[in-house]
Structures are given as C-alpha cells and as structure tokens.
Design a protein around this ligand. Structure first.
Ligand code: EPU
Length: 356
C-alpha cells in the first residue's frame, strides 16, 4: 500500500524533534511499489530524499520535494550452513529489532551494534558502526531499486565501498539513484564475542563478569563465575549507550553529530607532544582517528549553548535540542564548535549528521 501525504509534518520523522514540512511524504511497504511511486505525476522528476527513522538528519528548512519512507518489513533466514547464516531483512525494519532477533536466535555479529537508532535501509547507506563493528563487516549484498533505470538490482557489499560512515549510497553520483529495499547479512552460529573496544571490558568488570570464562566451556560453567554471553553482551552495550547518549524522547538529538577525524600519524605525534593524553585509534600505519568528543571537550565546548541547542554534557559528540531549539541554532553551534576545534588543534572536524 502506498500513502501520499501533501504538506506533511516531519516531526515524527526526525529525532531532533523539528517540526519542518515536506511538500510530499510517501510511505510504502513493498519494493514493487517503487516503480509506481516514481512514475506517479506527484513524484516523477521532483527532488526526493529517502529517510529512515530520521535519526541522523538535521532538517534546516522545510523540504521542497518528496520525502520517501519505507515500511518494507520482514526478517528471514535466506540460507544457512553449520556455522553461517544469511539473514535477509527489509529496509523498513528497525535496526535494533534486527539485532535483538539475531541475539535471540543465537546468531553472532550484530550484538555490538545493539541500540543504534534508525532503520535497516539507512544502516546500509550510512554504514553504521559502534564498539568495533560496522554494518559493512556483516553485509553480503544490498538489494536496491534503481530509480534511473527503473529496475531492481543487487549490489554486492564490495561494490557498496563501505568505509567509516561511508558508502556509494552517500555519494553525489548514486544518492538519487538507488533506494535500498533489503539487505543480506552474514552472521554466525559460533562467533566470538568482541570485547576489545573502548569501555566494554570496564563495563563488564563493573557488573561482575569474568573477561575470560566465556572462552572455555568448563570455566563458563564453574559455580560463582559470571560468564558473558551473547545476550549478556547486548544488554551491557545497551546499558553503556543509555548511560552516555541522550534519549531523543527527552532531548532531541541525532547521535554523534561529528565524525571522528582521521589525521596523519606524523600530525598526531606533533600534537601529542603538547597533549600527551590525546586518545587515538590506529587506522593503519600512516593514519589515526582522534575522538572528536575529546577535541570538543578540550577546546572548552562542553556545555556550550546557542539558544536551546547545546553540547550534551555526558558526551560532547552529541548536540541536543533542549526543548525549543531552532534548526539554525544547531547549525550555528556546530559551526562555532568546528571553528574552536580548528583554532586549538588545527584539525577540521566534519558533521556526521546529514544536514538537509
Ligand atoms: N570523550 C571525551 N569527552 C566526551 C566523551 C568522550 O573526551 O564528552 C573521549 C573518551 O574519553 C574516549 C573518546 O572520547 O576516550 C571516545 O569516546 P567514545 O568511546 O564514547 O566514542 P566516540 O569515538 O566518541 C564512536 C561513534 C559512536 C559509537 C561509539 C562507540 C563516531 C562519530 N561515533 O564515538 O557512534 O557509538 O564510538 O563505538 O564514530 C553515532 O555514530 O551516532 C555514534 C553514537
């Protein structure tokens, strides 16, 4: 079923909580609806924007064009072997519902990506990531509707060119060409839990878990030993996220507002002479990623506000709408942060959020 709505409020479709309008909002629940939608006179030839839950978007103005939203549902096992399972999932499923489904079925791979807001189609576009895992690591292929050639197609994960919060679906060339309809992911029945990233181990120890017992069947069954399981790890990840990231129902936000900048190892070495506690994640031999949150905090932006737009005090990477912020205040705050960080560190940070 296809629903067309003119002059539609996007308030329920953006987690910043801005009451902007789209000239037309189209919602549909089957991939075969797409050829009809794009040949409909209300849509054909007009500017369009496909959204998911709007959890990574900042609408600065009303959208003079067509906003599309998929309600394509369904999570199913496409094929399986003793170890591997291929999961097919509709673009309109909520990402975390898919994570929960996999964990409930004992499938490893998505647990570290638990709790990321948004829908599956957007996850494939954005290459969402957290706690050492990324969508692209699990993707086998992405099914799309090709708007330009009016046909359905399958794009292999390699051809999606996944990088840090990047894919071909975000490039100027393909942004308005492909609509993601479903994804094919590879998960495993006998995976290993990835506890390496950031504060996962600290959070497990705080909760009384052994960090090694899960590696041996015998140790994990020993009385008094709290061994981490797939579902246990999901719960811990959800708890870490909840303690650090604001709930959009309380303060509108779009998660990390900025990307963590990648700089050369030489530049990092130079900076760390002045800032010996500057954290980094190694990218390769020549480049490192520096946490934007740290740069923002150390340049004095913690708690900074413009009107009701503010830097979230528990995680400086997140900008929040404290109630009545206007979109332009968020943009002004973002610009001011970018300038301040650049003045102090000579590093230009970039928004991760898509500013429309
Ligand atoms: N830090 C500060 N000040 C703060 C917050 C953090 O100095 O206010 C420091 C921390 O001490 C830590 C470092 O910054 O050393 C990194 O912080 P954290 O581990 O919280 O993660 P991040 O690098 O800031 C990234 C992703 C998140 C993802 C987490 C966990 C980006 C842009 N963000 O944040 O993704 O959940 O790692 O894997 O890559 C998102 O994309 O919306 C998102 C939330």
């Amino acid at each position: 079923m296809i629903k067309y709505k003119e002059n539609a409020s996007l308030l329920p479709h953006n987690t910043f909580g801005f009451d902007v309008k789209a000239s037309m909002l189209v919602e549909y629940n089957h991939e075969d609806d797409l050829p009809h939608i794009f040949s409909d006179e209300r849509v054909a030839g007009r500017k369009f924007l496909h959204i998911g839950q709007g959890s990574n978007l900042l609408f600065v103005n009303d959208f003079d064009g067509v906003v599309l939203h998929s309600r394509i549902k369904g999570i199913k096992i496409a094929s399986q072997s003793d170890d591997m399972v291929l999961i097919e999932c509709g673009a309109g499923e909520v990402w975390d519902d898919l994570c929960q489904w996999c964990v409930q079925h004992g499938f490893y791979g998505l647990e570290n990506l638990s709790g990321i807001p948004g829908e599956v189609g957007a996850a494939a576009v954005q290459n969402i990531g957290a706690y050492g895992a990324e969508f692209g690591d699990l993707a086998v292929a992405v099914a799309v509707y090709d708007v330009v050639n009016n046909r359905h197609a399958i794009i292999s994960a390699a051809d999606c060119q996944y990088g840090y919060r990047m894919s071909i679906f975000k490039t100027d060339e393909f942004r308005n060409r492909f609509v993601v309809t479903s994804v094919l992911l590879r998960v495993s029945r006998n995976g290993e839990l990835n506890l390496e990233y950031g504060n996962i181990k600290a959070a497990l120890l705080e909760r009384g878990y052994s960090l090694t017992a899960h590696l041996s069947k015998r140790a994990s069954r020993m009385p008094g030993v709290k061994s981490i399981t797939l579902s246990g790890l999901r719960e811990v990840i959800l708890a870490i996220r909840q303690s650090k990231l604001p709930d959009p129902a309380v303060f509108g936000n779009a998660g990390s507002f900025f990307k963590n900048p990648v700089i050369s190892s030489a530049k990092y070495k130079q900076l760390s002479a002045t800032w010996p506690d500057m954290p980094k994640y190694d990218v390769d031999a020549d480049f490192v990623k520096v946490p934007a949150a740290w740069l923002i905090e150390r340049s004095g932006c913690k708690g900074r506000r413009i009107g009701d737009a503010a830097v979230y005090d528990k995680q400086c990477l997140v900008l929040v709408n404290r109630g009545k912020a206007r979109p332009e205040e968020v943009v002004k705050l973002s610009d001011a942060i970018i300038r301040t960080v650049s003045d102090r560190f000579g590093i230009t940070i970039e928004p991760e959020v898509n500013i429309i």
